[in-house]
Ligand binder design. Structure first.
Ligand code: HEM
Length: 156
């Protein structure tokens, strides 16, 4: 099943609408992750070190991770449309595999992050949100997550 130009357009259009506000949207994305799965919090070393009650808003690394997931999912959409495959640079992918294995990330976490991502986009651009837009983001994210998970097998 290919990824169509219309699907790429849905991902990129919504991302463009979110971009001016991407910092606060990225933050909401992570707050949603920890709402769904509070147990994921201690995976992030900088949160662990900061202590239980430290405000999440003050962690630039957390925002950076959230933005990366958004941007890489957009890139994934473009690559899927052009080539039918996600091509994260090999060195980058290898590092991502190692980082996530080291952090103890499991398949279930990728599902949580996906749900949080979709919830966040729906909340950020409710007037644009449609089942088609949801499906396009889902596919882009799933393919990216699959590429990382595959690399995690080698890094384990
Ligand atoms: C680190 C991307 C999913 C937890 C990173 C880094 C990137 C990244 C680029 C920076 C380190 C590096 O480059 O090796 C992504 C993408 C994801 C994803 C694109 C989904 C498609 C997840 C999930 C979790 C997670 C599901 C767990 C809830 C972490 C943790 C770190 C990390 C704990 C290390 C943070 C640190 O030590 O600074 N991720 N990630 N990631 N990610 Fe992800």
């Amino acid at each position: 099943m290919g990824f169509s130009e219309a699907q790429e357009e849905l991902v990129l259009r919504s991302w463009k609408a979110m971009k001016p506000d991407s910092e606060s949207i990225a933050l909401k994305f992570f707050l949603r992750i920890f709402e769904i799965a509070p147990a994921a919090k201690p995976m992030f070393p900088f949160l662990r070190d900061a202590g239980e009650d430290a405000p999440l808003e003050s962690h630039p690394k957390l925002k950076a991770h959230a933005l990366t997931v958004f941007v890489m999912a957009c890139e994934s959409a473009t690559q899927l449309r052009k080539t039918g495959d996600v091509k994260v640079r090999e060195a980058t992918l290898r590092r991502l595999g190692a980082t996530h294995v080291r952090a103890g990330v499991a398949d279930a976490h990728f599902e949580v992050v996906k749900t949080a991502l979709l919830d966040t986009i729906e909340g950020a651009v409710p007037e644009m949100w449609t089942p088609e837009m949801k499906a396009a983001w889902e596919e882009a994210y799933d393919q990216l997550a699959a590429a990382i998970k595959e690399e995690m097998k080698f890094a384990a």
